[in-house]
Design a protein around this ligand. Structure first.
Ligand code: SAM
Length: 220
């Protein structure tokens, strides 16, 4: 292994140790963070920041979420839905989708910014990841591929979108940050046939979920 690769692997281990110090203890999740080369999802301009525990710009006014945020959302999903078909709304850099793919889910992801969608799709191909991508308004979900065992929304929503509740499998799990434009509470919605149970967790701060069922009512 080249020296530069060894250094990146070392930085990945340090990132995982930081996540453990913050209380992330799911071994499957931590192993996925060790496996996915986070620096490949970064802009060249901020490459050296790839393994810091921060959210950074990815272009088009959007961000790659902080590792701790990705780890929290992934753990909430993994603990309730350990396999199956997962829909992610907000592909962004593609990092969260890549983590889900390494965990063995069948991953579908939707992004509303065409440049980000195209970049992530090319990267998934390059990395040999079988992630199905779509460009469009993910606030209405992906009816043609439903039902999903898991749905993860990686942008801040004003409320849970109705079409996404409909597209959740009978025992499915949705992880979604809900709140106002400044801060959102991480929320898990579990479906039991036609009943939905809600659990709420910590506060986070995401870029907004826009679109028909998100903020502003329109995306394009
Ligand atoms: N999951 C991403 C990653 O791993 O890099 C980070 C997501 S970033 C915090 C939120 C993303 O949601 C942005 O790329 C934004 O364009 C996207 N987004 C916002 N509203 C959307 C919508 N209605 N449909 C699809 N994507 C949306």
């Amino acid at each position: 292994m080249k020296k530069s690769e060894q250094l990146l692997e070392h930085r990945r281990r340090e990132m995982v140790e930081t996540l453990q110090r913050y209380g992330i203890d799911n071994r499957r999740v931590l192993d996925a963070f060790l496996e996915v080369p986070r620096h490949l999802f970064f802009d060249a301009a901020v490459l050296e920041l790839a393994y810091n525990d921060g959210a950074y710009p990815i272009g088009c006014g959007q961000t790659i979420s902080q590792p701790y945020t990705v780890a929290c959302m992934t753990t909430l999903l993994v603990e309730r839905c350990s396999s199956g078909k997962v829909l992610e709304i907000g592909t962004g850099s593609g990092y969260q989708a890549a983590i889900l793919d390494v965990l063995g889910y069948s991953v579908f992801t939707v992004e509303r910014v065409v440049e980000l969608y195209a970049r992530a799709e090319a990267l998934f191909k390059e990395l040999g990841q079988h992630i199905t991508c779509r460009f469009g308004d993910g606030s209405v979900g992906w009816a043609g591929e439903a039902p999903f065992d898991g749905i993860m929304i990686t942008a801040g929503a004003p409320k849970e979108p109705e079409p996404l509740l409909d597209q959740l499998a009978p025992h499915g799990t949705m992880v979604i940050p809900i709140g106002d434009s400044c801060s959102q509470q991480m929320t898990v919605i579990s479906r039991y046939e036609n009943d939905f149970r809600k659990e709420v967790f910590q506060q986070f701060s995401f870029v907004p979920l826009v679109g028909k069922e998100g903020w502003h009512g329109t995306v394009f």
